[in-house]
Design a binder for this molecule. Sequence first.
Ligand code: ZN
Length: 355
Amino acid sequence: MRYLAVIMVSAALVLSAMFAGCTGSKVSENAVPEDSGENETGAFNLSDFDLSKYNATLPSGENIFNDITLYSNLYGVRVVGTPQHDLYAQDMLGRFASYGLDARYQEFSGFGATANKNVLGFKWGANRSDWVVFGAHYDTFATAFGAYDNLGGCAAVMEMARVLSKYNFTKTLVFALWDCEEWGLYGSAYFAKTYKANVSFANFNYDCYGLNYPISNPGTGEPLMHNVGISSKGSKNSSAGISFNSILMYVADEMMKIPKDLQSFHNPASNSDHASFGKSPVAYFYSDPASYEILCYPNVPLDTYATFVAAAGGPDPMKQGLEFPVLYSYYCAILWSECGFSAPGSAEQEEADEK
Ligand SMILES: [Zn+2]
């Protein structure tokens, strides 16, 4: 009975949510570029790169799960301008600083009573104008507790910061918690607009994720997809390194051995913060549409800690669903930083190149 009631209530409420911020996952299947893991001259091969030193500390689904558990209870609804919203931002700024990152707020105004702020942590690399941005929005919709949308994504970014901050890299890494996504991607758009004149970006975006490969839908038993939105821009290959999308395919096939029929790489809808990075390479992690997401549907009161755990099929599958995309993007980010081609100029430069 309870489930049926939940389904009927959620169907009614989902209709009302369909018109708000980042609604549930939509996909449009487009051709995915063929890639080989080599650059166009074959002079560079990803399998030659030694990743062993980065296995000392790996991202943990347990840590991500514990973060969701803690902050779901500590700071429920985190709407722009509320004390919970600001306290969460403050806590995360402190954690970035505790990882030794260059931690700061990026303030901008225009929404709600108080100044809006992105929470940023910089790990400066040898190349200070080529940035790898790991982002997730921390604001919620007014009627949602936001465990699924989007404490999970924020916890993924914090876990990436914890492990990647232990190493030095060629590219600069930026860990970002975006504000005002639910109002229209304003935080990430402000960030991209501020820096794009002098910086080139690649973006890893986590939003409404965790109900995906390697777990199954607890209702149907169907295995879920490794669901990643990518951009055709990421296919740009070069003699100076390997394309972003090559790296995504290589890690999926060669390193993590994800069955081909459980891989879904596609051009994503522009309903989340990756869209602010326009023509940059992106990897957008969100749940498989065939998951039980309806139980914890975004932007409605159903989005709670308990329903997120139920939609995953319990704490253990939830930890796996949260860990896998983060472990996958951990390896992708390292290979991109150390083997990926380095766009010398800015985003404008690239656009100019295309003209
Ligand atoms: Zn969201």
